[in-house]
Write a new protein. Structure first.
Length: 147
């Protein structure tokens, strides 16, 4: 808790992440908990990963708020719509985070930039067949996270 408080400069956020850390410990498979030799190191590792996720969510949220600020008033969304979009962005971010860099780049170039597989292959200096494999890998990850 003290370590998290020092990193976050906020006792409330530190308490939340400490609780999440222990929830992860309690929901870990029992055989993993029984063989744990360094519980303090394990807790620190889990807390560090949760801290990284916390900062990633903050960064994503800040980018979304900046995008919203640039929209004309007529296009402003309701708070419910904003929450739905923010949650969708967090799910997409989690999905992309688990992909290898080339797979992630191929997926983003196809779905954000709208490039064809051939254009993506030229840009990433790989074969078009590799791009097809990358896209299958990305879609499999999407499906697994949805289920």
């Amino acid at each position: 808790m003290r370590w998290l408080r020092a990193k976050l400069q906020c006792a409330d956020h530190a308490a939340d992440l400490a609780q999440d850390t222990f929830v992860r410990l309690l929901t870990a498979p029992p055989e993993g908990r029984q063989t744990m030799r360094e519980p303090r190191a394990y807790l620190t590792t889990v807390a560090q990963r949760l801290l990284i996720d916390h900062y990633r969510r903050l960064s994503l949220e800040q980018a979304w708020l900046e995008t919203l600020a640039q929209q004309p008033d007529l296009l402003m969304q309701s708070p419910e719509e904003r929450l739905m979009v923010r949650e969708a962005l967090q799910r997409i971010d989690a999905m992309l985070d688990g992909l290898p860099p080339l797979v992630r780049n191929a997926f983003l170039l196809a779905h954000v930039d709208g490039l064809s597989y051939g254009e993506i292959a030229r840009r990433l200096a790989v074969s078009e067949r590799s791009i097809k494999r990358y896209m299958v890998q990305a879609f499999e990850r999407c499906i697994l996270l949805i289920l």
